[in-house]
Write a protein that binds this ligand. Structure first.
Ligand code: SRM
Ligand code: SF4
Length: 576
């Protein structure tokens, strides 16, 4: 699992010297994340924020966007882009209560231009299309129901993930509590959010961010708590992972994995997706110390000159894993023990009902692309709201963009199931292929999209289902993920087939991820159009169906038969 010995370097460069990136100046001058956001908010001459503020609002959980479908038309009419913000909430472990759901459901109807709630690959929801005059109202509405959006974007520790399926309720509850503690512990301490959005009193202090520092982290940082054998939160996409180790159903400690991340830039070989490395086992009472030590080591050693090489994964490869780990041990006052044994056997969500050990029942609903909206003949949004009106447990958003209705008493099962069925939230005809396919948002809201993803996936899956049936493997599935650009938000870089947008209608095709999510796929074909994608998948599935070993997954097959070579160490193998 670890590649410690293979990755030694002689003289580690702990700090990259050079002209700091402009984001560093912006953070330094921001007065702990305030900038001039409050003044900018009052300026109604433009629907947007000025350049520094448009970056700073990210740490408050918002991105400035415009609808790309109408951008050219507005340009022709000499109008500024129809600026709005996307909000991403902070929901450690993805848990949301029914009354909170009803409030966000109403806000989406009343104040967002798309009218949807979008479940994300990191266990939270996004509103798309909130206009400037409604932003403050949005934060105040959320605040009233106990939700904030602090640090869900920007150079900070983001929403902390936790395995979502609460089959083993006690263990899940403990893991969830750690996810929440980690989230709180690593949050910015600045009061900027409360002052700007909630109108709280300005307290004059020379604020110190004891963990994050005045200029925060060099780049975004992602943390998870995972309960094997499920790897639903995809540890290798994350900077810092706590793998739950249980004895007799009780959490006793964590294996710590550091340095995962999936983004890269087309044509830039200094960037690559990378798995996290195994640092070893720690007892529970050292969890926060270790988290803080990893974060502060990355804070001090991360590359603040080149943002493309700023994430923890590059720091590890630059300074060497042994050096980074020794520094974490020093700062945390802990020696990592040998990792305890565990295995990841699945990543997808298991749909339908499961019974928890506490006698409660949980219903996992498949939500295609995580888009909760009233579609024609499929009023998903109304359906979830109807359930929220009678549900006594909670909802859990999964890292695969799905929704679990958790904690249902036996007596309430039938009614909840009926509502779900009536609104298209529960559909026995959905194939396992569809359930194991995922796409990022991409067009029309994402400014970085190069190709379609969310709007492309449904038809692509239908076509792949036809291919699987043609080759007598209709009941099987391939982990298929599409992202509109190489940033990897739909985690295509951990898929068995990953499609990465290259340009309109064009994708780079990667093969070779595995079911447990522990292998990075490798480039197979470049610049393939949608028809070409299907032709390639058809040829590959034909071979898989006829030449595979017993129970051999598609990704494993492509590696064994050398259709692509295996990526063992990303820095060395990914671009070779
Ligand atoms: Fe992401 C940027 C959407 C998960 C790597 N991501 C964006 C932005 C905000 C575009 C932007 O910067 O202006 C996208 C907004 C689209 C929209 O209109 O909503 C966006 N990312 C998403 C979401 C909503 C995808 C989804 O379909 O669910 C996910 C929200 C997660 C959340 O709730 O916090 C999302 N993004 C991811 C993941 C997957 C994960 O974390 O499990 C990754 C890859 C893992 C990783 O970080 O390596 C990811 N997003 C990025 C990157 C590349 C970061 C890097 O290391 O270079 C960017 C661009 C950037 O930061 O410069 C980005
Ligand atoms: Fe946008 Fe690219 Fe992320 Fe897709 S992968 S949401 S296109 S940034």
């Amino acid at each position: 699992m670890s590649n410690l010995s293979e990755n030694k370097i002689e003289q580690p460069v702990l700090i990259v010297e050079g002209k700091l990136s402009d984001n560093e100046r912006m953070k330094e001058e921001s007065n702990f994340l305030r900038g001039t956001i409050a003044e900018d908010l009052k300026d109604r001459m433009t629907g947007g924020f000025t350049s520094d503020n448009s970056q700073l609002i990210r740490v408050h959980g918002m991105y400035q966007q415009d609808d790309r479908d109408i951008r050219a038309e507005r340009q022709k009419q000499k109008l500024e882009p129809l600026h709005n913000v996307m909000l991403r909430a902070r929901m450690p472990g993805g848990i949301i209560k029914p009354e909170q759901w009803l409030a966000i459901d109403k806000f989406a109807d009343d104040y967002t231009s798309y009218g949807s709630i979008r479940l994300t690959t990191r266990q939270t929801f996004q509103f798309h299309g909130v206009l400037k005059p409604n932003i403050k109202l949005m934060h105040q509405t959320l605040n009233k129901i106990g939700i904030d959006s602090i640090a869900t974007a920007g150079d900070v520790n983001r929403n902390v993930l936790c395995t979502s399926n609460p089959i083993e309720s006690e263990l899940h509850q403990e893991a969830y509590e750690w996810a929440t503690k980690l989230s709180e512990h690593l949050l910015p301490k600045s009061r900027a959010y409360a002052e700007i959005w909630l109108d709280e009193e300005k307290i004059e202090t020379t604020e110190v961010e004891p963990i994050l520092g005045k200029t925060y982290l060099p780049r975004k940082f992602k943390t998870t708590v995972v309960i094997p054998p499920k790897n639903d939160i995809d540890v290798h996409a994350n900077d810092l992972n706590f793998v739950a180790i249980a004895e007799n159903g009780k959490l006793v400690g964590f294996n710590v994995l550091v340095g995962g991340g999936l983004a890269m830039t087309h044509g830039d070989k200094s960037t690559y997706p990378r798995r996290a490395d195994d640092f070893g086992y720690i007892p529970l009472d050292k969890t926060l110390e270790v988290a803080e030590a990893v974060v502060t080591t990355q804070r001090d050693w991360g590359n603040r000159v080149n943002r493309k090489n700023a994430k923890t994964k590059y720091t590890l490869d630059r300074v060497g894993i042994d050096t980074f780990k020794a520094e974490v041990e020093k700062r945390a006052g802990v020696i990592f023990a040998e990792s305890r044994a565990y295995e990841f056997t699945s990543r997808g969500d298991s749909f339908g009902w499961v019974a928890g050990i506490d006698g409660k029942h949980h219903l996992s609903l498949f939500i295609e692309n995580g888009r909760i909206l009233d579609f024609l003949n499929k009023p998903l949004k109304t359906g979830v709201a109807e359930i929220a009106k009678i549900h006594k447990g909670d909802f859990r958003m999964t890292a695969n963009q799905n929704l679990i209705i958790a904690g249902v008493a036996e007596a309430d099962k039938a009614q909840i199931e009926q509502i779900a069925r009536d609104h298209g939230l529960l559909d026995d005809t959905v194939s396992s292929q569809r359930e194991n396919s995922m796409a990022c948002v991409a067009f029309p809201t994402c400014p970085l999209a190069m190709a379609e993803a969310e709007r492309y996936l449904p038809q692509l899956v239908t076509d792949v289902e036809t291919i699987l049936a043609k080759h007598d493997v209709a009941d099987e599935n391939i982990i298929l993920r599409v992202t509109g650009c190489p940033n990897g938000c739909g985690r295509a870089m951990l898929a068995e087939i990953g499609l990465i947008g290259k340009g309109p209608g064009k994708y780079n095709m990667y093969l070779g991820g595995n079911v447990g999510g522990t292998r990075i796929p490798k480039l197979y074909k470049e610049n393939v159009n949608e028809e070409g994608v299907l032709t390639e998948i058809d040829t590959l599935v034909a071979r898989w169906s006829s030449e595979r070993n017993d129970n051999e997954g598609f990704g494993d097959f492509t590696i064994r038969t050398k259709i692509v070579s295996e990526v063992k160490i990303s820095k060395r193998d990914f671009h070779d």
